[in-house]
Design a protein around this ligand. Structure first.
Ligand code: 9D3
Length: 244
């Protein structure tokens, strides 16, 4: 997959992208990352990328011409079928389903804003999609672009090891994770649950599934509303609720 991030802070994107699973995917050429800086597409001595809002008010707005030139340059170097996605608080809220669909695209131009936002005509002309991370205020779109990139890249074929990728088709899909423990067996009087020490994998599987269902019911009940439960899952959740 090709990803091009249009951003006034390309170093922030490149530096952050070098870490972890995504960084390894870049080194292994499973994904190609480029950055396009709108400042390189200005034609005045001050390299102006923003200007005052028509109608007045606080803050500055990203100008059309340098942003449009940067987006077109980024898009021009992309495979057919690529999408231009703006990171924007007014966008639809990003989730795993969107990440999954995006991971099937040949290329992605992620457009990050700064200041008060984009001149609306940029969105009208260039946006195939607009994504928000949720209802909180960031200082710009870079962190959001990095989040989207991270979530998408780890879904690309070959990026995760076979051990991790089993997770993809996991029986816990759409549920919160169960509790994890590692050595030692006792820390400061806190014990690892007995069931995990026994080595009975069928019992452990049912305990974990019950944990996952119970924690989802307690903490994120809306996730259960959007998911069918198998008879086994319903039985385990009923047990969990009865114990509360
Ligand atoms: C306080 C500034 N705001 C006035 C109502 C509007 C505003 C403008 C620009 C708020 C945030 C931003 C910059 N944010 C993003 O570029 C952004 C974002 C976010 O802030 N929250 C969640 N998802 C995203 S995606 C891009």
């Amino acid at each position: 997959m090709h990803i091009n991030v249009v951003s006034l802070f390309p170093d922030l994107i490149r530096d952050a992208a070098a870490y972890g699973v995504g960084g390894r995917a870049l080194k292994r050429k499973l994904v190609q990352l480029d950055c396009t800086n709108p400042r390189d597409f200005t034609d005045d001595a001050y390299q102006t990328v923003d200007d005052r809002p028509y109608g007045g008010g606080p803050g500055m707005v990203l100008k059309v011409e340098p942003m449009a030139s940067a987006i077109c340059a980024a898009r021009g170097a992309m495979p057919e079928g690529s999408r231009v996605v703006f990171l924007n608080p007014q966008g639809r809220v990003f989730n795993q389903d969107i990440a999954q669909k995006m991971s099937e695209l040949p290329g992605l131009v992620l457009v990050a804003g700064r200041y008060e936002g984009f001149d609306e005509r940029l969105l009208d002309r260039y946006a195939d999609d607009e994504l928000s991370l949720g209802d909180y205020v960031l200082s710009g779109g870079e962190m959001a672009a990095l989040v989207v990139m991270d979530a998408v890249v780890r879904l690309l074929p070959g990026v995760l090891g076979s051990e991790d990728s089993i997770e993809q088709e996991s029986f816990m899909d759409g549920l919160l994770d169960y509790a994890h423990y590692t050595r030692p067996e006792e820390v400061d009087g806190m014990q690892v649950p007995e069931v995990l020490l026994g080595g009975n994998h069928a019992v452990i599987r049912r305990w974990r599934l019950k944990q996952a269902l119970g924690r989802t019911w307690l903490r994120r009940p809306e996730l259960l509303a959007g998911r069918e439960l198998t008879p086994e899952e319903q039985e385990l959740l009923n047990e969990f609720i009865a114990e509360q």
